[in-house]
Design a protein around this ligand. Structure first.
Ligand code: SAM
Ligand code: SF4
Length: 475
């Protein structure tokens, strides 16, 4: 057959960016939710299909209270059907508050002259991590401002340092990162240091709004940030977390943009983002934004449910920025990870500092100040199994949220047993008598529900081995 170059001609026009604000607004402006449509879309998601932008636009435009309730119920049902009752726990560890950017919503911005600027020394990192281990933490996310001091080499150094810190039975088994965008070489370095997820939030996906909030510093460059996790993929780091800071621009736009970002990863790399985060703006020192786009509690609850339905196989992270009541409510929609025992002030895990937050020493206000122990206590009361599982990541089973979702029996075979084993470790090493009793009762109940998916006798044997002193057993 004759080669036909015309067939392979690449058009001369420049490639369209994967976020096209006009296109997103067109979807929102044209979507008209009817009962039939909304129900059809919920059913599609419950049938385990990701939603397209037109469908997501229909859901974000839904205001009829009866239909909104159906959306919330759809998200609850999806969670119950697919994900079961595990919640993975982690804690943030702020390493450095120096920053050359001027994000108008952040306490670390350059113009906030009263902010305390510091970087933990290696010795302080050791003290902090030991204190976190003493509380029972096994998974951390290290957080950094954007500053020449926090180079890829430095981030890699801190990651390796944290993995090496062991106190008693304590150890950190997964270190995630929330830091500024790196170049490809930089992402390669942090991957080699053994990080789990690299998280970067676009803050707002709307290019014009982005320029209002990021007037100077490297973060001013929308495209450099938007393409950052593509560079991570180029570097072989495919475990990435995306997010939008809700309150900067119309929340409906951000929801569609998060779904578009997810499509982009799937189309280009065959794997979606590992997690989606949806922080809401909280009070911060020198906060310099209006409340025009602030998201009400009702809209927040709705948007989390819509995200669950839109990308049913992606991990969802809910943080202590939100008050206890909202955390309780939103967890039902399939949130997979929450933080517990969170402290934002640098150095505050090992030194008891004031209970009252001093916003000049912290990035923003948190609204759930409970200790990890209190959160675990409540999760157990509400029938959730607190999990510190890190098995997939350590066994190289990447894309675990997708597997949980798409491989029949995956959760019962791996996730639930590993949640049980990591909870057992917690109960033996860190829990008080009352939580111990409740925890073992929940474990017995959960074992009874495994219905032969995993060898329950083997799980019971491993529980006994943990009680006898072994650690880090997983499937
Ligand atoms: N400097 C890194 C960067 O900008 O990517 C790390 C980011 S910061 C330590 C983590 C996230 O906190 C930001 O990406 C932003 O979404 C969020 N954040 C900043 N100010 C906030 C505020 N006032 N309320 C809630 N979240 C905030
Ligand atoms: Fe710096 Fe990040 Fe705060 Fe912006 S959000 S000022 S980059 S720490």
């Amino acid at each position: 057959m004759k080669f036909n170059p015309e067939k392979y001609r690449i058009p001369d026009e420049p490639m369209k960016p994967f976020i096209d604000a006009d296109e997103i607004w067109e979807y929102i402006n044209n979507a008209k939710p009817t009962k039939e449509k909304v129900r059809e879309i919920i059913a599609k998601s419950l049938d385990k299909h990701r939603l397209n932008l037109e469908e997501v636009a229909t859901l974000v435009n839904t205001t009829d209270p009866e239909l909104v309730e159906e959306i919330l119920q759809g998200a609850r049902t999806l969670k119950e059907r697919i994900y079961g009752n595990r919640i993975v726990l982690f804690a943030p560890l702020y390493i450095g508050s120096k920053c050359t950017n001027n994000c108008q919503y952040c306490g670390f911005r350059t113009e906030n002259k009263s902010a305390l600027r510091m970087t933990l020394s290696d010795e302080e990192i050791v003290q902090e991590v030991e204190a976190l281990e003493d509380n029972g933490q096994k998974r951390l996310i290290l957080v950094y401002g954007e500053h020449p001091e926090y180079s890829a080499d430095y981030i890699a150094h801190t990651v390796k340092l944290v993995y090496g810190i062991k106190k008693g039975n304590g150890e950190i088994r997964r270190v995630n990162i929330n830091a500024a965008p790196l170049d490809i070489e930089g992402f390669r370095k942090v991957k080699e240091a053994g990080i789990g997820t690299y998280q970067i939030f676009q803050e707002t996906y709307h290019p014009e709004a982005y320029t209002w909030y990021h007037p100077s510093g490297k973060k001013k460059d929308y495209d450099w940030r938007l393409t950052s996790l593509d560079r991570a993929q180029e570097a072989g780091l495919d475990d990435v977390g995306i997010g939008a800071l809700f309150g900067l621009y119309d929340w409906r736009f951000e929801v569609l943009a998060l779904v578009r970002h997810t499509n982009h990863f799937e189309a280009c790399y065959n794997v979606g983002p590992h997690t989606i985060s949806f922080p809401r703006i909280k009070s911060a020192a020198g906060l310099n934004i209006t409340d025009k786009y602030f998201v009400s509690d009702d809209d927040f609850v709705k948007l989390v449910a819509i995200l669950r339905l839109a990308v049913p196989y992606t991990g969802m992270i809910l943080t202590a920025r939100e008050p206890i009541e909202i955390r309780r409510q939103v967890i039902q929609f399939g949130v997979s990870q929450i933080d517990g025992g969170t402290k934002l002030e640098l150095g505050s895990y090992h030194e008891s500092k004031n209970e009252q937050q001093d916003l000049n020493k912290e990035q923003f206000e948190i609204n759930d100040n409970r200790s990890l122990g209190e959160i675990i206590d409540e999760l157990i009361d509400h029938n959730y199994i607190p999990s510190f599982c890190t098995a997939c990541y350590r066994l190289g089973r990447t894309g675990e949220h997708f597997m949980e979702f798409s491989v029949p029996g995956f959760i019962k075979r791996y996730c639930t047993p590993n949640a049980i084993l990591t909870l057992t470790e917690y109960l033996v090493d860190y829990a008080d008598e009352n939580v111990k009793q409740k925890g073992y009762k929940l474990i017995d109940k959960t074992l009874a529900e495994l219905n032969g998916h995993q060898n329950t006798e083997e799980i019971k044997r491993r529980i006994e081995r943990i009680k006898a002193g072994e650690r880090d057993l997983y499937f």
